[in-house]
Design a protein around this ligand. Structure first.
Ligand SMILES: Nc1ncnc2c1ncn2[C@@H]1O[C@H](COP(=O)(O)OP(=O)(O)OP(=O)(O)O)[C@@H](O)[C@H]1O
Ligand SMILES: [Mg+2]
Length: 384
């Protein structure tokens, strides 16, 4: 609890003063820190000092790359590095971030499955470290990978979970029937879950986490790997839950998903919240549709920039390493046609030309000033 200060994390040092009003929020986390590798506690004071050299207590914004120091290959990795989160009751809150950003770690700490190394967090006013039983009584959790038993039917799966929660056979059966109905699984109720599509499986998983109607539900990437239709089925289910009064913390790698469901979004990168805004606010930062060109040969980048600039709303942005140019456009199709024609006329070979809606990449490019999501290597603020 003491090693996480002094790294200049805004809000990261507030450890006591907001404890009084934490019950106001469904979820409140301040300065959460979780490190892997090295030895917790002692490591910061002694052993790790050698490994981390002059970077001091933090080992700092190594974040998900976690390579710093490591003279003997013993890297300390900060899965969370002073993470703040505030979720209002009765809302869907999106936690948006790339692979390795710390989303699952945050959810697991909030669900009392993992102990933080620093900071504090409360769910429904109960402290995740000191009052884990209270927290558990309030939450449901659906993990990143669906926990459905394929040998059982959908109904049997739900009845089994009901029994696990000590509902008794009759109440478990009744609750299973309600949930099958609520999640649109009545027709498939008595089929083996092994035959379910990805979307059906996810919905069954969601239903299972709702057996006891938790007041806060954590959904960890509920739609990753699903086709668009299954995805929208899951979204409908989530909306249904929230209409019933549940608060949902939803992790996702898709801006579109957070946009569709969440009233507020926290963007997480390398274990820290780098933005917290409404979807509209976030999109306003990022802009509307983008035209994107990836040239085959880096030498053609200037020509591509010129072609894109002709149709762009503003200055095109380039990512040299990816041989990519992109710019906001208004006349989407006209701009695309124009650029494709120009490039072909000039004999510029391209790997890709296309229109893109604002994506997580765009959010990151904007928020981090050019660094792509999940960048390897040290965080910029630690460069010294
Ligand atoms: N048990 C562990 N041991 C060591 N490192 C871990 C462990 N769990 C997570 N990490 C590391 O912490 C960082 C954050 O991981 P986490 O799973 O929270 O990310 P995530 O945002 O959920 O990513 P994804 O989108 O891939 O699910 C990663 O660099 C990961 O490798
Ligand atoms: Mg994850």
């Amino acid at each position: 609890m003491s090693g996480d200060g002094g790294r200049g994390v805004p809000g990261g040092r507030r450890t006591r003063d907001d404890r009084g009003d934490r019950g106001q929020y469904a979820v409140l986390a301040r300065g959460l820190t979780k490190r892997y590798g090295g030895r917790p506690g002692a490591g910061e004071a002694r052993g790790a000092a050698g490994e981390q050299g002059a970077t001091g207590t933090g080992g700092g914004a190594v974040g998900s790359s976690g390579r710093r120091g490591g003279r003997r290959g013993k890297a300390v990795k900060y899965a969370l590095d002073g993470f703040d989160l505030t979720v209002a009751h009765g809302t869907v809150h999106g936690l948006l971030g790339p692979n390795g950003a710390g989303k699952t770690t945050a959810v697991r700490i909030l669900a009392t499955l993992v102990r933080p190394d620093g900071g504090h967090a409360a769910v429904g006013g109960a402290d995740v470290v000191r009052e884990p039983a209270l927290v558990r009584a309030r939450i449901g959790l659906t993990g990143q990978y669906a926990a459905v038993d394929e040998m059982l039917t959908g109904r049997q799966n739900l009845e089994m979970f009901g029994r696990l929660f000590h509902l008794g056979a009759r109440r478990a059966a009744r609750r299973a029937a309600e949930l099958l109905d609520q999640f649109g699984l009545v027709a498939a109720a008595d089929k083996g879950a092994g035959q379910y599509s990805g979307g059906m499986r996810r919905r069954l998983d969601l239903a299972a986490s709702m057996i006891l109607a938790p007041s806060v539900l954590f959904l960890d990437e509920p739609t990753t790997g699903l086709d668009p239709r299954s995805r929208s089925e899951v979204w409908d289910s989530v909306r249904h839950l929230v209409a019933g009064g549940t608060t949902v913390l939803l992790t996702t790698q898709y801006l579109e998903e957070a946009d569709k469901l969440a009233s507020r979004i926290t963007v997480i990168d390398q274990g820290r919240a780098i933005a917290d805004d409404t979807p509209d606010g976030l999109k306003a930062t990022v802009g509307g549709s983008h035209l994107e060109v990836v040239v085959s040969d880096a030498a053609d980048l200037p020509a591509a920039v010129k072609a894109v600039a002709r149709v762009a709303d503003g200055e095109p942005e380039t990512a040299d390493a990816e041989r990519r140019v992109r710019a906001a456009v208004t006349d989407r199709v006209g701009a695309l046609a124009d650029v494709a024609r120009t490039l072909r006329d000039e004999g510029v070979a391209v790997d890709d030309v296309g229109l893109r809606r604002p994506s997580l990449d765009d959010v990151f490019l904007k928020l981090t000033g050019g660094r792509a999501p999940a960048a390897e290597g040290p965080g910029t603020e630690e460069a010294a």
